[in-house]
Design a protein around this ligand. Structure first.
Ligand SMILES: [Mg+2]
Length: 229
């Protein structure tokens, strides 16, 4: 599963698809945690709840729908855009221009895309801060999937259509994710999958290991091994 140098990845894959948060940048930066904290604040203010009530609603929606926003749209009829704008309004000072990652990405000759449960603007902010926005052809965001999030199978079908994937070329695609459960539908559709190791998802990754083709500690070491550089 981990022998990343045993095959010719560039020859085998034409479509390289990357999750954004905690995949493209390091989990340990805590950026995603700050976004999550802003969700709690938004829910607290919007529904006039105390902190613990807001946190509970947030967690319940996440558990039930895989995405807090999805639950709030369905059960509470909230408008997604102001929510997304607020929660993603975090500072990106921790993110630095990453020339090493840029170099690795630029080596990939196939199509490169981002597939995220977050908004386009959030993706653009992050990728621009890291100096890699231009490396990606398509950013498939939560609006593109009608606010239906990974790991809902329907989200993947919309992503497939937008990225030009079909039954003939799906086996030429490879998908990188830190959230292990998001790899299962991708694998079932015929994509190759890469899990970015992290302790938060480790138990789930063990349960789902039949859906995970490759793993590695972080995106740069994985790409570096895959591209033999
Ligand atoms: Mg992620």
């Amino acid at each position: 599963m981990n022998n990343l140098q045993a095959m010719d990845f560039e020859k085998n894959y034409d479509y390289w698809i990357f999750d954004l948060d905690n995949t493209i940048y390091d989990f340990n930066l805590g950026l995603f945690r700050r976004i999550s904290q802003r969700m709690t604040i938004y829910i607290k203010d919007f529904f006039n709840l105390n902190h613990n009530e807001a946190l509970e609603l947030q967690k319940n929606m996440y558990k039930k729908y895989g995405l807090t926003l999805r639950g709030l749209i369905i059960e509470k009829k909230i408008d997604p855009e102001p929510f997304l704008q607020f929660v993603h309004d975090v500072d990106f000072d921790d993110l630095k221009i990453d020339n090493e990652l840029k170099k690795l990405l630029s080596k990939i000759k196939g199509h490169k895309s981002i597939y995220t449960n977050a908004s386009f603007n959030h993706a653009k902010n992050i990728l621009t801060s890291m100096g890699i926005f231009e490396e990606f052809e398509i950013i498939f965001d939560i609006k593109d999937s009608n606010y239906i999030a990974k790991p809902d199978h329907n989200s993947y079908l919309m992503m497939k259509a937008k990225l030009g994937l079909n039954d003939k070329n799906i086996n030429r695609s490879i998908f990188f994710e830190d959230t292990a459960k998001n790899l299962k539908p991708a694998s079932e559709l015929g994509m190759s999958t890469v899990w970015i190791e992290n302790d938060f998802n480790r138990d789930e990754a063990n349960i789902l290991k039949e859906y995970i083709n490759f793993t590695g500690s972080d995106i740069k070491s994985i790409l570096s091994n895959m591209l033999n550089s």
